[in-house]
Ligand binder design. Structure first.
Ligand code: FES
Ligand code: FES
Length: 152
């Protein structure tokens, strides 16, 4: 039987225990490894996905409760087979960080670009409060987000 999920527009079935965190199902059953289980407490943002368009730590979502919702992972953010405008700006600004923190940041910033075209530098900082990098600065990422907003 299994649990029915919609991930990146695909209809998928999970055989996991219903209380399994969504991040584990995405990674271990569906091989969508962009979301990372790091803190598993909803604190770091490494596991961020969009649930019905809203940034959501997938470590906090039991897979059974993800049924009936649209899940979008970092793998599903590309537009028409290419980079979306936020991804393109991040690349253009060389604003690339490690594979643990960066996918979640891309998810949060893509949401910001889609929902807050008038966002300011402070809004960008606020949008990233749920995405923790412990080893470097955020400045290039913020510059890239400003570029994406300016060229949208
Ligand atoms: S692993 Fe989910 S917020 Fe840190
Ligand atoms: S945690 Fe990814 S670059 Fe700092």
């Amino acid at each position: 039987m299994g649990l029915s999920l919609t991930v990146n527009g695909d209809h998928l079935t999970s055989t996991a225990d219903p209380i399994t965190p969504l991040v584990d199902v995405l990674r271990e059953e569906f091989y969508l490894t962009g979301a990372k289980p790091v803190c598993r407490e909803g604190f770091c943002g490494a596991c961020m996905v969009l649930v019905n368009g809203n940034p959501t730590p997938s470590c906090l979502v039991p897979v059974a409760l993800a049924q009936g919702h649209d899940i979008c992972t970092v793998e599903g953010l590309a537009a028409n087979g290419g980079l979306n405008p936020m991804q393109a700006a991040l690349e253009a600004c060389d604003a690339v960080q490690c594979g643990m923190c960066f996918p979640g940041m891309v998810v949060s910033l893509t949401h910001l670009l889609a929902t807050r075209p008038e966002a300011t530098r402070d809004d960008i900082r606020a949008a990233l409060t749920g995405n923790i990098c412990r080893c470097t600065g955020y400045e290039r990422i913020i510059e890239a987000a400003l570029l994406a907003l300016a060229t949208k």
